[in-house]
Design a protein around this ligand. Sequence first.
Ligand SMILES: NC(=O)c1ccc[n+]([C@@H]2O[C@H](COP(=O)([O-])OP(=O)(O)OC[C@H]3O[C@@H](n4cnc5c(N)ncnc54)[C@H](OP(=O)(O)O)[C@@H]3O)[C@@H](O)[C@H]2O)c1
Length: 378
Amino acid sequence: HPGVDPPARRPIIDMSYSAHFMDFKGSSIPSTMKKLVVNKLSPDFREAVCLRTAAVPTPGDAELLVRNRFVGINASDINYSAGRYDRTLKPPFDAGFEGIGEVVGLGLSASSRYTVGDAVAYFSSGAFAEYTVVPAKVCVPVPAVRPEFLTLLVSGATAFIALKRLGDLTKGETVLVTAAAGGTGQFAVQFAKQAGCHVIGTCSSDEKAGFLKSLGCDRPINYASEDLARTLRTEYPRGVDVVYESVGGSVLEAAVNNLANKGRVIVIGFISGYQSASGIPRFRGETLPVKLLQKSASLRGFFLPHFSGDYRDALSSMTHMLSRGQLVCEVDGGDLAPEGSFTGLESVFRAVDHMYAGKNLGKVVVDLAPPTVSNSKL
Ligand SMILES: NC(=O)c1ccc[n+]([C@@H]2O[C@H](COP(=O)([O-])OP(=O)(O)OC[C@H]3O[C@@H](n4cnc5c(N)ncnc54)[C@H](OP(=O)(O)O)[C@@H]3O)[C@@H](O)[C@H]2O)c1
């Protein structure tokens, strides 16, 4: 059967260890699992990725075996499947950036900090699988396996760290957030409000605009019904001080053209180009140096993996805010999607489509649902 590996036999494990470190007692670890594998490089996720059956991996010494319960969808899942992240990576390779679940097995040195049954979240590759082996050092203990915590790992952390390190926000400044109702945008809106700023947020529907209002966004702009550049020009003649920019192309142009003196544009992404062959949207940049100079403005790039030093602090701050009810972590589990909620690994495909159709409100999350134990070897 194409796409299905021969039934995997679990590698021999020293049973004196496994009795301690693998959850065999609950006999809940099967020998095989489902995972998503990039088989062919393409920004078309459905063309690039296929569902496979594989052996449940065994954790090494400093690793955890995590049974994923929720996995997060990111705009860059299609950049990854197109091979744009790591040019040396050749298919087949595993897909997915982040997951949250339960520790079901672990290596000896990992057991100094973790034990079977712990709830952990992680930002690491290979998350689109029922089970993932993750280095213990990249895992974050979480109070419970809830999708809200998953929203913080990449989406929340990006907004928190980018605004803190590159935003230089001061009270009273004006901040423009693009794709504001999405996974990371929702956090940028809230952190900019917490900093005492006036916040403008772009989105593509009235429902999303209503959601942005509920987050405290002062001026949601539904660009499907009003022109972004014109609205900025007429309502913000002094310009905006900071832009948290995720869309690229003409949206980036509008942002650059409507900057205040000493304005900062933080380049978070350029999703409008990701589905194209180059991955890069068209941008008319010849006059960019002139515009930046005339306004003493700057364009700043941000890439989360470069800020690992800020990561733990960001996560603990956000977890605190969440527990005190000071942070909305909106999750889109597909309840309103045409074919219903995103349940099971197969629905990752639909979840990616949902995001690229601009339909998601909040962070797109897939529920892998507790697997039924049918092929346990015990
Ligand atoms: N630099 C980093 O380290 C880092 C980390 C995480 C995310 N990001 C970036 O943050 C951005 C948002 O990512 P996310 O995962 O949080 O996704 P998201 O915002 O939850 O979803 C993407 C949103 O972008 C808009 N959109 C979708 N397709 C589009 C298209 N073809 N053209 C224009 N807009 C489109 C839609 O919102 P509307 O329809 O409402 O506009 C959609 O809801 C991406 O650019 C991503 O690469 C960067």
